[in-house]
Design a protein around this ligand. Structure first.
Ligand code: GDP
Length: 197
């Protein structure tokens, strides 16, 4: 499935510009620098897929990639735009909310969390948004190569503790490293299982 050819479909800045729904969709969300582009590239096996289509500074767009007719990957922009003007942040939040509520083929949102930092208040905000939209999500821990192997179970437990009281039913936690490829077989298998559901 993932070995197929991935294609860039479109970049949607507004709800009106979303591509028609086709097959199953999974989305990736995370604050900037969390390692999202690296993960998209590692997951799709295309070195520069995430970068080729994204112009720096124009990150407030939903970027759609597709492999075959049955699976689309949606790159959600980095959140926590403390420096952006309020109207822009509000408009973008409305777009994201409309996307999350209306996209019936959206099977899972993967929220990326840096292993070194754990869940921060900006991450809690996106989790709140997902809980309110009643979207199922899972956590992807990125850059696990940056923490000592002996510390990783503690990092995972810390994340699990923070999401324990949320309404979502036991979000899974996937430890990954785009650098070493660790965790990618498990992640791909989880997406393949979603397709079978
Ligand atoms: P984005 O802003 O979320 O798209 O993040 P990028 O994918 O551009 O990555 C941000 C920085 O983290 C870059 O310097 C990457 O090389 C680095 N990075 C991303 N993933 C990993 C990883 O798994 N391990 C390590 N060590 N560095 C990573």
């Amino acid at each position: 499935l993932f070995a197929g050819e991935w294609n860039f479909i479109c970049a949607a800045p507004t709800i009106e510009t979303l591509p028609p729904m086709q097959g199953m969709e999974i989305a990736l969300a995370g604050r900037s620098n969390v390692g999202k582009s690296s993960l998209v590239n590692a997951l799709t096996g295309r070195k520069a897929l995430a970068r080729t289509s994204v112009t720096p500074g124009r990150t407030q767009e939903l970027i759609f990639f597709r492999v075959g007719p049955e699976l689309s990957l949606v790159d959600m922009p980095g959140y926590g735009f403390a420096k952006a003007p309020k109207e822009k942040v509000d408009a973008w939040t409305r777009t994201i909310k409309a996307y999350l509520r209306g996209r019936v083929n959206l099977a899972r949102v993967f929220v990326l969390i840096d292993s070194r930092h754990g869940i921060k208040p900006v991450d809690e905000e996106i989790l709140d948004l997902l809980d309110k939209a009643a979207v199922s999500y899972a956590i992807i821990l990125t850059k696990t190569d940056q923490v000592k192997p002996s510390a990783l179970p503690g990092v995972i437990a810390g994340v699990q503790e923070k999401i324990r009281r949320r309404p979502a039913a036991y979000p899974q936690v996937f430890p990954t490293s785009s650098e070493t490829g660790a965790g990618f077989p498990e992640l791909r298998a989880a997406v393949a299982r979603l397709l079978d559901e």
